[in-house]
Design a protein around this ligand. Structure first.
Ligand code: PLP
Length: 281
């Protein structure tokens, strides 16, 4: 049985319990992070920590746990579960006061911190990862998608819709523009360069996206950060998505239409190679 961390304790997963009055349970009042761990090392940890702190600040969630302590908890989890290649799930909710359910932030709450690691045997496979399929769906989310909130119902609905259509990912369309996937960022390739939507409140600023943009800079690949019209997506030379656990993937079928892909001319194999080298550094 896996060992997880909850509020200062290491416990078997089935014994980890929080109060039914925790605001995470009642309101989805909390934030989270997912971090890849390669060979026992938290990948791009400072970027994940910075986003975690931004999310906490955005919802005024006062959590006293320090950065060093979060890292120690992860190392303990790796050790106790005998893992080297894994993913970390870290969630902080506002906590709650028994018997109280207020929309405003209830006074006297103590933040609840939950973390676990999942084995990831394929973590070092690569460089290229299996291609994925996608459908486009309307974006039903709120206006602060830049906060990594645990409120993921619209994302879950979109992913379920993809699954029912036999696809792996749902690409979210708002006001005619493709913003990102249900749990991934989006890129298209045009004339040897990358196009990806710019950081904004309508999407999550992915850490993997930051890595991809850094790699593009290092290798002199032009990047345009701008909106992608739905029609442009459908005609793109290449479509990719990225996230911490799926890493960088190309989309081989969109809305039921196969995407023709010439591996000798495509940018994807190069980025997959650079990405692979980066994670082993
Ligand atoms: C909506 C959304 N966009 C983008 C991403 C990719 O972010 P990252 O690369 O930090 O995993 C995620 C990851 O969960 C996500 O949920």
């Amino acid at each position: 049985m896996a060992t997880v961390y909850l509020n200062g304790e290491y416990l078997p997963a089935e014994q980890a319990k929080v109060s039914a009055f925790d605001r995470g349970f009642l309101f989805g009042d909390g934030i989270y992070e997912v971090v890849p761990i390669y060979r026992g090392r938290l990948h791009r940890w400072p970027l994940h920590l910075a986003r975690l702190r931004r999310s906490l600040a955005a919802i005024a969630l006062d959590c006293r746990i320090g950065d060093g302590e979060l890292e120690q908890i992860t190392q303990q989890l790796l050790q106790r579960n005998s893992l080297e290649n894994a993913s970390l799930y870290l969630q902080i909710t506002r906590g709650g006061v028994p018997g109280q359910r207020d929309h405003f932030y209830t006074e006297g709450c103590v933040a609840s911190v939950f973390a676990y690691v999942t084995p990831w045997p394929q973590a070092l496979d690569g460089p290229e990862r299996p291609a994925l399929t996608a459908i486009t769906v309307p974006d039903l989310r709120w206006q602060r998608c830049d906060i990594k909130s645990i409120n993921l119902l619209p994302n879950a609905m979109a992913r379920q819709q993809a699954r029912e259509a036999g696809a792996d990912e749902a690409i979210l369309i708002r006001d005619g523009e493709a913003l990102e996937g249900s749990s991934s960022n989006l890129y298209i390739v045009r004339e040897g360069g990358l196009i990806t939507p710019p950081e904004q409140p309508r999407m999550l600023s992915g850490i993997t996206r930051a890595v991809i943009l850094e790699l593009a800079g290092q290798h002199g690949v032009p990047v345009e950060q701008r909106g992608i019209a739905r029609s442009e997506l459908q005609q793109a030379e290449e479509i990719w998505i990225s996230s911490s656990l799926r890493e960088l993937r190309r989309i081989s079928r969109l809305d039921g239409v196969d995407r023709h892909y010439d591996a000798s001319r495509a940018l994807y194999p190069k980025f997959a190679q650079w990405f692979h080298e980066d994670k082993l550094r």
